[in-house]
Design a protein around this ligand. Structure first.
Ligand code: ATR
Length: 305
C-alpha cells in the first residue's frame, strides 16, 4: 500500500471516537490520499465524551480540514456545530464535520453510504417493509436512509423499548409507518414474515458473541440480512446464511460513507477499489450481496466506521 509523506503543508483530517483504535477509516482514507497524490493525512483521535467540546474547538484552532465523528459522539456533537446538512438534521446524527474557514458544518455520510451499499437490493426494499434492530445513532441513519429509499413500513426492535419508541415518534409519518417493538418480537413470525430486509445496527456479534433468538425461517426467501458490523462472520449473518437468505456486512457501507466524506473534504472522488483493497477485500466479494459474496477474508476486522 502506498504511504503518505507528511510535510509542512499537509492538511489534517481524522476521526473522533471512543473507542477509536479499531477504526479502519485511517486505512481507507490514507490509501485514497496516496492514490490521488493529495497532501492530506487522516489520524484517529481518542476523544472521551468529556473532551468533545475541546476537540471540536481544536478543529478550528488547528485548522483541521474536517473530521469524522463516531461512537459515542454522533448525536452529542450537534450543538457544537455551526450548521447541519438536511440529512444530518433529519437523522439527528452527524458523522462528518467539514471546516469551512472556521465554520463547522455537520453532515451524515452514513446515510448515503448505506443507500449506495444496498445496490441491487434498493429496488427490492422500495415500497416494502424493513426491520431495524437497535435504536442508537446508527439506527437513526439507517431509518433515514430507508425512508429515502421509500420503504413503506419500518419496525424498530430494541432492548430499551423507550429508545425505539423515540425513533418511531420522530421518523413516523404518512409516507413511512414506524413501530417500536421489544427484542422478544424477533422470535415472532408476525414481525418477520413480510420483511424485505432485516438490518442489525447494534454491535452485537462484533466480539463473536451469540446473537439474539431470531425466527430466520419466518422471513421471505428474498429477505436481505444486513449487519452494519464489517468484515466479520457474525452470528446474525451466520443464522441468515444457514437459512439461505441473502446477506451483507458493513464493509461496503464503510467504503461508501468514507468516499462521501473524502469528497466533502477534498472535492475529489476517491477510487472505490483503492478503498476496498485497503481493507483487504476484493471488489467482487463486496458487490454481490449474496451468500456466496459475503466476506470471509480474515484480514482486518472491526465494527461500524
Ligand atoms: P450507535 O450510535 O453505534 O448506534 P449506541 O447509541 O450506543 O451506538 O446504540 C447501540 C445499540 O445497540 C442500542 O440500540 C443498544 O440497545 P439499548 O438502546 O437497549 O442500549 C444496542 N445494544 C448494545 N448492546 C446490546 C445487547 N447486549 N443486547 C441488545 N442490544 C444491545
Amino acid at each position: 500500500m502506498p504511504t503518505v509523506a507528511v510535510t509542512g503543508a499537509t492538511r489534517v483530517v481524522g476521526i473522533f471516537g471512543e473507542p477509536v483504535a479499531h477504526s479502519h477509516s485511517p486505512t481507507i482514507h490514507n490509501a485514497a490520499f496516496a492514490a490521488l497524490g493529495l497532501d492530506y493525512v487522516y489520524v484517529a483521535f481518542h476523544v472521551r465524551p468529556v473532551a468533545l467540546a475541546g476537540a471540536v474547538a481544536a478543529v478550528r484552532a488547528l485548522d483541521l480540514r474536517g473530521v469524522n465523528v463516531t461512537v459515542p459522539h454522533k448525536e452529542r456533537v450537534i450543538p457544537l456545530l455551526d450548521s447541519l446538512s438536511r440529512v444530518a438534521r433529519t437523522a439527528g446524527a452527524v458523522n462528518t464535520i467539514v471546516n469551512r474557514a472556521g465554520h463547522l458544518h455537520g453532515d451524515n455520510t452514513d446515510i448515503v453510504g448505506f443507500l449506495a451499499s444496498l445496490g441491487r437490493h434498493r429496488r427490492r426494499v422500495r415500497g416494502g417493509r424493513a426491520v431495524v434492530i437497535g435504536a442508537g445513532g446508527a439506527a437513526r441513519a439507517v431509518v433515514t436512509a430507508l425512508q429515502l429509499a421509500a420503504v413503506r413500513e419500518i419496525r424498530v426492535v430494541n432492548r430499551t423499548l423507550r429508545r425505539a419508541a423515540a425513533i418511531a415518534q420522530r421518523f413516523g409519518g404518512p409516507r413511512t409507518r414506524l413501530a417500536a417493538l421489544p427484542l422478544a418480537a424477533l422470535r415472532e413470525a408476525a414481525t418477520l414474515a413480510d420483511a424485505d430486509c432485516v438490518v442489525n445496527t447494534t454491535s452485537l456479534g462484533w466480539r463473536g458473541e451469540r446473537f439474539l433468538p431470531l425466527a430466520y425461517a419466518a422471513t421471505p426467501r428474498h429477505c436481505l440480512f444486513y449487519d452494519l458490523v464489517y468484515g466479520r462472520s457474525t452470528a446474525f449473518l451466520r443464522g441468515a446464511r444457514a437459512a439461505r437468505r441473502p446477506v451483507m456486512d458493513g464493509t461496503e457501507m464503510l467504503v461508501r460513507q468514507g468516499a462521501a466524506a473524502f469528497t466533502l473534504w477534498t472535492g475529489r472522488r476517491p477510487p472505490l477499489d483503492v478503498l476496498r483493497a485497503a481493507l483487504g477485500v476484493g471488489a467482487a466479494e463486496l458487490t454481490t450481496g449474496s451468500p456466496a459474496g459475503s466476506l470471509q477474508s480474515p484480514a482486518k476486522r472491526g465494527a461500524i466506521v
